[in-house]
Write a protein that binds this ligand. Structure first.
Ligand SMILES: Cc1ncc(COP(=O)(O)O)c(C=O)c1O
Length: 353
C-alpha cells in the first residue's frame, strides 16, 4: 500500500488493480438531494445503503455492515473473529494488507499455496493439509489478487466443510468478483453460515473515491463488527453514503462502462502475452489483474529499468511474496494501456546495459 501510494506513479501506469474513474458528471444525480449530515436513526448504517447492498447480494440487511472500503471491511471482519494467538490460514500468494491485518491482530498466520502450474486455483487438499484444530479462519480472495483466478462454488463448499471440521470460518474478499461479467457468481455468503464476505464498489465500478465497502456476516457477528467500528470510523461520511446509493441505482451503467474498458485491455494483454518469450502468464477470462513471471533475470531490476527508462510501472511480485513475478492492471485508459504494454515489450527486448 505504501509503495502504491508513493512509488507506483509513472506516465504509463499499469500498477493499478481497479477500473478507471467513472466521471462524476455522468452519474445521474440530483445534487439538491445531497445532505452533509444524517440523523441519529442511521448511525449504525444508512438504511437505504444497507438495503441497496442487501438487494445487490440477495441477503438480509441485518447481515450487512457498512465499512470504509474493503480495507476496513477486512480489518473489521478479522478483528471481530480472531483473538491474539488464533491461527489464521491465508492463501499464498496473498494481497499484502490481508496478511498485515492478521499479523497486526496478533494472529498466528499459516499459509496454503496456490501454484501457477495449477492455474493458481485453490487446491482443497492443500488447505486440508494445512488446517489444524487451532485454525479460526481461512482467508481467500475471489477473484484472486494478484492472479485473477476464479474459485468456483464446489471448491468454496469444500473450503466450508474443511473450516467447519475445526470450528473455523471462511473469509472471502470478493472485491473483484463482479468483474465476472457473464453469469456473475452469487456471493459465497449465500452458500452457508461458514462464510463471511467483504467487498466494495471501489475496484471494478470506477467509484473508488466513495469508499463504499461492506461486510456480509451472520447478524450476531455483523453487530459485533458494527460495535467495533465505533472505535475506528464511528460514523461514515454521509454524502458518501448518499452518492453510493445513487451508484447502486445506476450500477448497470457503471458496470457496462467498466466492462468495455476491461474487455478492450484484456484483448490487448492477450495479444501481448502471446508475443512474449521472456515472460509467462496464466490466462484468465475475467478480472482486472494479470501476474506474469519473468523467465530470466530479476523482476525488481526489470521493473526499475521499466520505470526509469520507459516511464512505465507495474507492481513488483515481491509484494505478493513472488519476486520473479509482476502484476499488470487492466481497466485503465486503453491508449495508455496499449502504450504501457508496448513499453514493457521494448524493455524486455532491451539488453541490460
Ligand atoms: C483483494 C483486495 N482487497 C481489498 C482491497 C482494498 O480495497 P479498498 O480500496 O476497497 O479498500 C484491495 C485493493 O487493491 C484488494 O486488492
Amino acid at each position: 500500500m505504501h509503495w502504491s501510494k508513493t512509488q507506483s506513479h509513472a506516465r504509463f501506469n499499469l500498477a493499478t488493480s481497479g477500473v478507471a474513474p467513472f466521471p462524476f458528471r455522468e452519474l445521474p444525480i440530483d445534487l439538491n438531494k445531497v445532505e452533509i449530515n444524517s440523523d441519529n436513526s442511521n448511525s449504525y448504517g444508512y438504511a437505504p445503503l444497507q438495503q441497496a447492498i442487501a438487494v445487490h447480494h440477495g441477503v438480509d440487511p441485518d447481515c450487512v455492515v457498512e465499512s470504509a472500503g474493503t480495507s476496513m471491511a477486512n480489518h473489521l471482519a478479522m478483528a471481530a473473529i480472531i483473538d491474539p494467538g488464533d491461527e489464521v490460514l491465508i492463501e499464498h500468494p496473498a494481497y499484502g494488507p490481508i496478511l498485515d491485518i492478521a499479523q497486526y491482530l496478533g494472529a498466528n498466520v499459516k499459509r496454503f499455496r496456490r501454484v501457477e502450474e495449477n492455474g493458481w486455483a485453490i487446491d482443497p487438499h492443500e488447505v486440508r493439509r494445512c488446517i489444524t484444530p487451532k485454525t479460526r479462519l481461512i482467508v481467500i480472495t475471489n477473484l484472486h489478487n494478484p492472479t485473477s483466478a476464479f474459485t468456483p462454488e464446489p471448491v468454496l463448499h469444500e473450503l466450508a466443510d474443511i473450516a467447519r471440521s475445526v470450528g473455523a470460518l471462511v473469509l472471502v474478499d470478493e472485491v473483484y468478483l463482479d468483474a465476472v461479467y457473464d453469469d456473475t457468481p452469487r456471493t459465497s455468503f449465500c452458500l452457508g453460515p461458514d462464510f463471511v464476505v467483504t467487498s466494495s464498489l471501489t475496484k471494478i465500478y470506477g467509484v473508488s473515491g466513495l469508499r463504499c465497502g461492506w461486510i456480509l456476516a451472520q447478524p450476531d457477528l455483523a453487530w459485533k463488527m458494527r460495535r467495533l467500528n465505533d472505535l475506528y470510523s464511528a460514523t461514515p461520511v454521509h454524502p458518501g453514503e448518499l452518492l453510493s446509493v445513487v451508484a447502486f441505482q445506476h450500477l448497470d451503467l457503471l458496470r457496462e462502462r467498466a466492462r468495455r474498458i476491461v474487455d478492450a485491455d484484456r484483448k490487448l494483454l492477450r495479444d501481448f502475452l502471446a508475443r512474449q518469450s521472456e515472460i509467462s502468464a496464466v490466462s484468465t477470462e475475467w478480472g482486472t489483474t494479470s501476474f506474469p513471471r519473468l523467465l530470466r533475470g530479476n523482476a525488481d531490476a526489470f521493473l526499475e529499468r521499466l520505470r526509469s527508462q520507459f516511464d512505465t510501472s507495474a507492481v513488483p511480485g515481491r509484494f505478493f511474496e513472488m519476486p520473479d513475478h509482476f502484476r499488470i492492471g487492466m481497466g485503465t485508459n486503453i491508449e495508455m494501456f496499449a502504450e504501457g504494454l508496448n513499453r514493457i515489450s521494448r524493455a524486455l527486448a532491451t539488453p541490460i546495459s
